[in-house]
Design a protein around this ligand. Structure first.
Ligand SMILES: [Zn+2]
Length: 354
């Protein structure tokens, strides 16, 4: 079944304090797919279409606050050529440093995922942007930032979804390569587990053990069959969360200086301290799904399989990926000449006005 993506014009994510975004026409030399070609695709042509890689159509910029520094961070997303993958560029360094978004680049996982280049340049808090790129099916992008951390925005992936949709999406010609799980892989640490197993689709199951009066115990488990529509609808708006007592500790130790109720759910002793409460009843576990999606995108290709996490976090997710990628018998790389054969729905591009 073909579903057509409609770009959301809901600008809830633009209400984020200290966050701005801007789009500029692409200066890239890549050939642009004529919009009428895509819009005129009928169901029959669509079902026979190759699933190709995608990048952004235009350069897009955002400004936000760094979670740890509290400083203003400038972010630019640029279209990138086929097989470029996701790369970060620290433009504040001389010379600027490229940092690959790969499982091997993960150097630290305390509080957020931090990536490092072989030369030691770092960029942290990458998981929410990676989650948005994964959810929206962007294969190739160059992400420039002027600080060692990305802006936290509102603590969810929603502002990044808005940015990417504002930039527009361009289909390229090279086939998208998926990583299909062929064997069960599981890692465990002190009762926390993360697992990948064969599945004809992309499914994320997650459970948290969050025994606190503000958490609905019936909303600590979730299963999401991930595609672009379900990601935007069910996952992208779920914010990161923390306890008020931890926030006080972190700030006393010069960490999370940018942390506030503008970019996290803050849990008090007996209530959610944010004025508007939760965005969805299961926002806590849905944010864990959001994080897992970002972490898994460091595999370098979209996954066909079933991920299950129980109290897992960035560290365990990275161990899982490293174990997966360490043995090519765990997976196979596949592409689809015919979109109808792909078990994960890929929505046709709908042109916006950007
Ligand atoms: Zn997160």
């Amino acid at each position: 079944m073909v579903r057509w993506r409609k770009f959301s014009t809901s600008l809830h994510s633009c209400a984020v304090k200290r966050t701005e975004c801007a789009v500029e026409p692409s200066q890239g030399s890549e050939q642009e797919v004529p919009s009428q070609t895509l819009l005129n695709w009928g169901l029959e042509r669509r079902s026979l279409a190759l699933i190709a890689q995608r990048t952004l159509k235009n350069v897009v910029r955002a400004t936000g606050v760094g979670l740890h520094s509290g400083d203003t961070v400038y972010l630019t997303l640029r279209p990138a050529p086929e097989n470029h993958g996701i790369q970060f560029k620290r433009v504040d360094l001389d010379p600027p440093a490229l940092i690959q978004a790969t499982a091997d680049s993960v150097s630290q996982t305390t509080l957020s995922t931090c990536l490092s280049s072989p030369e030691g340049a770092t960029v942290s808090t990458v998981e929410h942007l990676l989650s948005a790129l994964s959810g929206l099916g962007i294969d190739n992008v160059l992400i420039e930032c002027n600080a060692p951390e990305l802006p936290i925005m509102d603590g969810s992936a929603s502002p990044f979804v808005f940015l990417i949709q504002s930039a527009g999406v361009r289909e390229q010609t090279a086939p998208r390569e998926y990583l299909r799980i062929t064997h069960i892989i599981e890692v465990e640490d002190s009762g926390k587990t993360a697992r990948l197993e064969p599945f004809n689709g992309f499914r994320i199951s997650f459970s948290i053990d969050f025994d606190h009066p503000v958490v609905d115990q019936g909303a600590c488990k979730t299963v999401v069959d991930v595609d672009e529509a379900s990601f935007v609808r069910e996952v992208s708006r779920a914010r990161t969360f923390g306890f008020m007592r931890d926030l006080d500790y972190l700030k006393a130790n010069n960490l999370a200086r940018g942390g506030s109720m503008a970019n996290a759910i803050v849990v008090g002793e007996d209530r959610i301290l944010n004025d508007d409460g939760l965005r969805q009843n299961d926002e806590f576990v849905k944010h864990k799904v959001l994080d897992a999606l970002g972490d898994l995108y460091l595999a370098g290709r979209p996954i066909i399989g079933h991920y299950s996490g129980s109290r897992s976090g960035h560290a365990l997710n990275n161990r899982l990926l490293r174990q997966l990628l360490s043995d090519p018998s765990h997976y196979e790389v596949v592409s689809f000449e015919n979109a109808a054969d792909c078990p994960i729905p890929v929505l046709p591009i709908v042109e916006n006005d950007a």
